[in-house]
Design a protein around this ligand. Structure first.
Ligand code: ATP
Ligand code: MG
Length: 561
């Protein structure tokens, strides 16, 4: 167990009781079972942290298992992406990478066993008829006319289903349970269906019958020796079926299914299907677009994996459906970056400043701390020159005392450098300010001389050495806290935020950022946290994505609006 004791929750209580009773021989074995039909999102991160985290805490194991029973929607690209994301989150499944399709032969044998026991039959009803016979929540279903076929006939038909003798939809293998059960999942559910002509990413064209999820899932868990099978609440009504298969087949290992509430994150989408639409309709630049609530999107945005793990710990697990505020995630990101990100200076909206009393050919190599509290993070060199850039928003010709930046005729401190005074404003023919003429005070490097008060501090970049960069300001992708559960509209797309991306192409960043590696995150002082874009910086461009603002500005904006 890890040294730090994690807070109790109902799942940990179950596991601890099981350990105390020596159930499962004291083993804890979980699994994370994604379907490879899309990229993982923040909801999956919760499931990953839960499953791998419990295994870590109780000296157990966690498997990675691809639930690949739905071949026409799945793809090897997704398998690779899922592995990359789980590994990046900080978890290791060792050599326990499995596919439900690894078990197709054994699952087939289990199905044959059910037939032999009289617990399954081949049914010829069409899909529409099956629906009709199933009944409703208030009415019992009716038995299929094929329900009483003999074991021999069922075995023969099932063998021929596998051999490819019947077209799609002509027959299904069904469990013989109870058409009058109040739980519709128990009304003779399908076990195998026919699917011709699909090329499965693992098994190719070896099979033309595919097992259903409920049948596959419990048996895959059992085959792998899983002790605690954690899933989301929508599977609660499937638990009796999960248990029915395992009981009937008298398997050695009967895992316990435990359900917990899904993570819903405000202003975000946690559905692979809807995320797929955003990608396919070109609303975003891809699965890893920094605005996406995918793990790859969050990585590209600069969210640290440790901050996402912290977030998952912080929100905990429960049985009650809820929706988590985006501020909680963002505050975890800020906490981590505030403690760990290197500081740097970047000017997003450059305004030229000429220091008239500074020699034209002079460069001073000033030293600046990489982190204000952590000396061990060292210092960097920032060149000071006659021509600089400051941000347009940091200058006003006139302002009251509340404006603690540069004002015509007044002084301000340049961060990590000198105090300057603005003497003159140069404008173009449209009356737009294009340059400031300032003088610097050589006695003010690092600290104010005795008795001199200069309150404001602004950031800057040397015009001579600064590097041109593109900076992408991201905002929430949706303007509605629950974009996909708003009953008032038909389509979650109406809630897209038209201003979710603003690109600034003429920014200047300090020269040390020329060494930034793709994926590095910095605090641009007074501006926020920014991540060197993992794709675009590789092409030799300098592109930074805003990871998160310094403070929660969104709350303010909402109040104003
Ligand atoms: P989606 O609707 O996005 O496709 P899913 O549940 O179908 O989600 P799977 O690939 O089947 O996706 O999920 C793998 C695991 O992750 C499952 O155990 C599932 O319960 C869990 N999971 C999926 N979404 C969430 C979520 N929002 N919160 C917590 N766990 C989740
Ligand atoms: Mg699923």
């Amino acid at each position: 167990m890890s040294d730090e004791k994690k807070p109790a929750n109902f799942i940990r209580n179950i596991i601890e009781a099981d350990l105390a009773a020596d159930k499962n021989g004291g083993r804890v074995h979980t699994r994370f079972p994604p379907e490879p039909n899309g990229y993982l999102h923040i909801g999956h991160a919760k499931s990953i942290c839960l499953n791998f985290g419990l295994a870590e805490d109780y000296n157990g194991l966690c498997n990675l298992r691809f639930d690949d029973t739905n071949p026409h929607k799945e793809d090897a690209e997704y398998v690779d992406a899922i592995k990359r994301d789980v590994r990046w989150l900080g978890y290791d499944w060792g050599d326990r990478e499995f596919f439900a399709s690894d078990y197709f032969e054994r699952l087939y044998e289990y199905a044959v066993q059910l037939i032999k026991q009289g617990d399954a039959y081949v049914c010829d009803l069409s899909p529409e008829q099956v629906r009709e016979y199933r009944g409703t929540l208030t009415e019992p279903g009716r038995n299929s006319p094929y329900r009483d076929r003999s074991v021999e006939e069922n075995l023969d038909l099932f063998t021929r289903m596998r051999a490819g003798e019947f077209p799609d939809g002509a027959k299904v293998l069904r469990a013989k349970i109870d058409m009058a059960s109040p739980n519709i999942n128990l009304r003779d559910p399908a076990i195998y269906r026919i699917r011709h002509g699909v090329i499965h990413h693992q098994t190719g064209n070896e099979w033309c019958i595919y097992p259903m999820y409920d049948f596959t899932h419990c048996l895959s868990d059992s085959i792998e020796g899983i002790t605690h099978s954690l899933c989301t609440l929508e599977f609660e009504d499937h638990r009796p079926l999960y248990d029915w298969y395992l009981d009937r087949l008298q398997v050695e290992c009967h895992p316990q299914q435990i359900e917990f509430a899904r993570l819903n994150l405000q202003y975000a989408i946690t559905s692979k299907r809807k995320l797929t639409r955003l990608v396919e309709e070109g609303i975003v630049e891809g699965w890893d677009d920094p605005r996406m609530s995918t793990i790859s999107g969050m990585r590209r945005r600069g969210y640290p994996a440790a901050a996402i793990r912290d977030f998952c710990d912080r929100i905990g697990v429960s049985k009650a459906d809820n929706s988590v505020e985006m501020e909680i995630l963002e505050s975890c990101i800020r906490d981590h970056l505030n403690a760990n990100a290197l500081r740097a200076m970047a000017v997003l909206h450059p305004l030229k400043v000429v220091i008239t009393n500074y020699p034209e050919d002079k460069t001073e190599e000033l030293q600046a701390p990489n982190h204000p509290q952590r000396e061990e993070m060292g210092t960097r060199t920032i060149p000071f020159t006659r021509e600089l850039y400051i941000d347009r928003a940091d200058f006003r010709e006139e302002a009251n005392k509340k404006f603690k930046r540069l004002v015509l005729g007044k002084e301000v401190r340049l961060r990590n450098a000198y105090v300057i005074r603005c003497d003159e404003v140069i404008k173009d023919e449209n009356d737009e300010i294009i340059e400031l003429r300032c003088t610097y005070d050589p006695e003010t490097l690092g600290a104010n001389p005795e008795g001199r008060k200069v309150k404001g501090v602004i950031h800057w970049v040397s015009a001579k050495y600064g590097l041109k960069a593109e900076i992408r300001l991201y905002d929430r992708l949706f303007t509605h806290p629950h974009p996909d559960s708003d009953k008032e509209v038909d389509d979650f797309m109406v809630h897209l935020n038209p201003d979710s991306l603003r690109t600034l192409t003429a920014c200047f960043v300090e020269s040390s950022l020329g060494n930034a590696k793709p994926g590095d995150v910095f605090q641009f002082e007074r501006e926020g946290y920014f991540c060197a874009d993992a794709e675009l910086c590789r092409e030799g461009r300098l592109v930074f994505n805003r990871t998160v603002t310094l403070r929660d500005t969104w709350a303010k904006i909402e109040q104003k609006g």
